[in-house]
Design a protein around this ligand. Structure first.
Ligand code: TXA
Ligand code: MG
Length: 349
């Protein structure tokens, strides 16, 4: 029997009841599918960690329906310095932005991994919002994949069949909200007395955030003008765990993944898959066992949207190696390159 259900009112009523009863469900968001539980229910939250085999030190993101429900997750009122920072970016909600703020007491310790801060966001996916509106509690939801595997961007990625055997034992229902629009996770920014800091690039660009805060991108990312260009700066600083759980080997397919540039001049194994950001010349394409083309015109929003699904498909094709394009780490390109560097890191050392 399939766990996947259409997003009808009836199904959403049942989903809200399951969450209220301490069960786990997979839900669509505009970024990736989330594995959802009542964020106030310690036992339900424990099931998320068990299902994902996620280290207890890696805190979860809490989803709320509207700004007037911030107190469900965040200690309100905020200090004026934090409120001013929130005012700068609150117009990006609902949407793929997560802010880190002092936590409310009701949020279970396991959600925050014992920290005194909580990560909170208002998703823009209509199905996620319809579900949140039915709940009297906030929803904790990390991406609905096994820890360190590729995030799910389609309902069928969440049912546990191929990619994450066993996870379905914990999931009561997967609500089908279609393919995720962004395809990469939310941008995470910590709001702090000393100023905002980017913890994870994502669906909202660092440039647009920096502009709203009235600071430079390098001030937001914590990189200095002398340091390398953003991709290296971001991957090095995130390797130092900007956000807890943002470890280097994340989002990894089982098949080795390399940037095309790093493979130049290398003898290739027999079965190589290629992820291209735009159509390849026929002679080039003929060198690969399979080619996934993410966009006709190197549109980086299309690339982001199709990236994780392509990694999953190629991971099931019995390849020896996956080669992938790169892009400028600006706009959504920063999130794309961050995810690719992490997915490739597993096989780099
Ligand atoms: O787009 C998204 O954000 C998706 C959808 C489902 O909303 N969720 C998601 O969750 O990406 P997850 O668990 O895969 O990533 C959560 C990230 C982790 O890297 C975690 O370390 C960070 O959020 N995080 C959570 N609480 C934090 C806190 N108090 N301080 C710093 N980072 C935190
Ligand atoms: Mg994740």
């Amino acid at each position: 029997m399939t766990l996947i259900q259409p997003a009808s009112d009836d199904v959403l009523d049942r989903a809200a009841a399951l969450l209220a009863a301490g069960k786990l469900i997979a839900i669509p968001t505009e970024t990736v599918y989330g594995l959802a539980a009542n964020a106030w229910d310690r036992d339900a939250v424990a099931k998320i960690f068990a299902a994902k085999q996620r280290p207890a030190t890696n805190p979860l993101i809490v989803h709320i329906a509207a700004v007037d429900r911030m107190d469900q997750a965040v200690k309100m009122p905020l200090a004026p310095v934090l409120q001013r920072q929130l005012d700068c970016v609150v117009g990006l909600w609902p949407g793929p932005l997560t802010v880190v703020l002092p936590r409310a007491d009701r949020i279970s310790d396991s959600v925050t991994a014992g920290r005194d801060t909580v990560a909170v966001r208002i998703p823009s996916h209509p199905v996620a919002l319809r579900l949140l509106e039915r709940c009297s509690f906030p929803i904790a939801a990390p991406s609905a994949n096994r820890s360190n595997y590729v995030s799910p961007t389609m309902a069928k990625h969440c049912d546990g069949a191929k990619d994450q055997p066993g996870i379905h034992q914990f999931i009561e229902m997967v609500i089908d909200g279609g393919d995720c629009d962004f395809g990469v996770e939310s941008t995470i920014v910590a709001l702090r007395p000393e100023g905002p800091k980017l913890l994870r690039p994502g669906g909202v660009s660092a440039e647009s955030l920096a502009e709203r805060f009235g600071i430079s991108v390098s001030d937001l990312t914590g990189t200095t003008a002398e340091s390398e260009s953003p991709p290296d700066a971001i991957s090095k600083s995130t390797a130092a765990m900007m956000a807890p759980g943002m470890m280097k080997e994340h989002y990894s397919p089982t098949t080795p993944l390399m940037l095309c540039d790093s493979a130049t001049g290398m003898a290739l194994p027999p079965r190589v898959g290629r992820i291209a950001f735009k159509p390849l010349p026929a002679a080039d394409a003929a060198r690969y066992t399979v080619v996934e083309t993410l966009s006709d015109s190197e549109d980086l929003h299309e690339v982001a949207k199709g990236l994780f699904a392509a990694l999953r498909r190629l991971d099931h094709t019995g390849l020896d190696l996956i080669l992938i394009d790169h892009c400028e780490p600006v706009g959504i390109g920063m999130a794309i390159m961050d995810r690719i560097h992490r997915a490739a890191a597993k096989h780099a050392d």
